[in-house]
Ligand binder design. Sequence first.
Ligand code: ADP
Ligand code: MG
Length: 275
Amino acid sequence: MRTIAVMNQKGGVGKTTSSVNLAAGLARQGRRVCLIDLDPQAHASLHLGVEVASGAHSIYQVFAGARGFNDICQMVGQNLWLAPSDLDLAATELELVDAQGREFILRTALQTAAAYEKFDYIIMDCPPSLGVLTINSLSSASEVFIPLQPHFFALQGLSKLFETTALVARRLNRNLKVTGIMLCLYETGTRLAGDVTDDLMMFLNGSDPHAPWAQAKVFQSRIRRNIKLAEAPSHGQSIFDYAAGSTGSQDYQNLVQEVIAAEAALSGGQTRAAA
Ligand code: ADP
Ligand code: MG
């Protein structure tokens, strides 16, 4: 069982595209996957063809204490469930400002719904901020995947992300680790992409072995820029359904295989490896 927060406080780096296509790709490989949309913009929900009217069942109601997680979770495909978001979620940051234990609302809801037992993967698409929704995601997760667009300032943002993860790991969730960095919107063959990738590897290799990101691995699969990935959301389909033969589909399929390959190491090297 893996719970993965897909996080980066910057917008437009590939969080939603990666969350949706990872979730869909893992489901196609027979894993039971729940995707939680934590962004009030609800792009992940729309990407899977789900539009929630204001007031209807969504993750907002879980944060508001109005419904349980199972009530708002819906099946959207074989092995694939979605906890959709809607614009109401934008109010959550303010509504919870004084709430006691506000960092743990999601974790408690997932525990109450036995979600950690029901799914093989819970994948959380975080909003582009480090507010209460992202903190809830981090306190519910065991892993963080960071999508990164290789450009000159990418590494600066990364240290802020690492600091936040370290803080949450220290105060709220000792199990939390950054385990994956996904290079998204990758421009193959450009010098910049190669340089940033090299810098990133150097930075990781040189970091404190006890830091929560010390085991972070830069996925081999690079997610190249591919127009099909940008088109798929408006069709309400994952890349595998929308454009199976595209480079976008190949890149995410490779990423899915790498994520699956890590299962054996995480579960102590037995069960899944034999499957
Ligand atoms: P975030 O969730 O971090 O804001 P998105 O995943 O929504 O980022 O991506 C931002 C925009 O870029 C979206 O319009 C998305 O469709 C597009 N996009 C993401 N990844 C790719 C890619 N590899 N190739 C082309 N377009 C992409
Ligand atoms: Mg997004």
